[in-house]
Write a protein that binds this ligand. Sequence first.
Ligand SMILES: C[S@@+](CC[C@H](N)C(=O)[O-])C[C@H]1O[C@@H](n2cnc3c(N)ncnc32)[C@H](O)[C@@H]1O
Length: 235
Amino acid sequence: MENRVDLNKTVTGETIEKYEKKKRHYQSDSVASKYDDIRFTKRSHRLRNKRKLDAVQKAISTARDLGWEIKSVLDIPCGTGRMFPLFLNNKITFNGADLSGEMMKVAKKRFGQSGLMQGMVRCDAENLPFKSKSIDSVVSIRFMFHIPESVRHNILREMTRISKSCLIIDYRHCYTLKYWIKKSLNTLGIGKPPSYRFSVKDLHNELNSAGITIVKVFPTLRLFSDKWVVLCKAK
Ligand SMILES: C[S@@+](CC[C@H](N)C(=O)[O-])C[C@H]1O[C@@H](n2cnc3c(N)ncnc32)[C@H](O)[C@@H]1O
């Protein structure tokens, strides 16, 4: 266990206060309308996005190679529909869910006409309005690092409850040059400590405690990117 700062701060995640701020942040037309431009317009961002989509594609293909059916997906949080092209390419019917109606409005405008979209629902990931084992797979991208540890546990349990087949979730890990340089400098008294990033052991513990086992981890760019796309399954 590292650097416990205050009682409200979890060791492996954000503070509740920051999380509540993040939730409010996305519930804004101006944030939602600029999200894609800020995240995915620059060349470096487009490449990063492509690496993430490629990793999610590998997770889908691996699950299918293992004989698991992925005909329906819940994308939570779907945001502005970043993952939707992937579902369309794979002929997967999908539901989008998000706490922000504003983000989903953008997604609906872009993809609402596509035949494979079943619907969009505004909800909190801690309480998914879907029946148990009603959807093949749950996909959750660019989300977990915003969430405090205790809340992540509830969310993972909800995702597991509704999914029949597997979960595809991205996490941020500590095996990058940037992380280790920051950490080394910090031990020498230079700069701030790096933000928490998952080790293999912490990831196993987190998923295990929510009743989930890891099937395969897909790094997006070894040593330079801290993103893992994790294919996992309820025990
Ligand atoms: C960084 S965006 C990620 C969206 C999308 N998956 C992507 O990769 O672009 C984070 C999203 O999480 C949503 N969100 C935050 N807390 C949530 C919660 N508790 N339940 C559902 N959605 C939440 C926000 O509204 C926002 O749209």
